[in-house]
Design a protein around this ligand. Sequence first.
Ligand SMILES: [Zn+2]
Length: 140
Amino acid sequence: MENCSFCKVISGKYRASFSYRDDTLAAFLDIHPVNEGHMLIVPVKHVERISQLDQETARLMFGLAARIAGAVYRSGLPCEGINLMLSDGEVAGQEVPHCHLHVVPRLRGDSMVIKHNCSEWSEDHRARFDEVAALISKRL
Ligand SMILES: [Zn+2]
């Protein structure tokens, strides 16, 4: 994709600091990191949404995320925990329209905030939950 900044990173048009690269995936440092070691894993082929990824690439992406998380812990960089985060679609906060998975090293008191208000739940909701689970399950 011509105007995609991650495609430009992958093609070498934009500079980036890579930790991993093969024919399917690339992993490089986010230039706006939450903490040092904040990595982005992207498919080499331009794909905007996670639902457009083929299953093998999706599997490899999460496998690489686990490997990178281990490497971050062993690297000596400050890291007390890790978030994996994938924002799919603008409403979800996706800023670059090229599917990417964040591997975010976390420190107590850092700038990343994950917050949502959970709705109250009781067994009365079970019927609707079962309907929703079936809606999704039928389309897998
Ligand atoms: Zn792209």
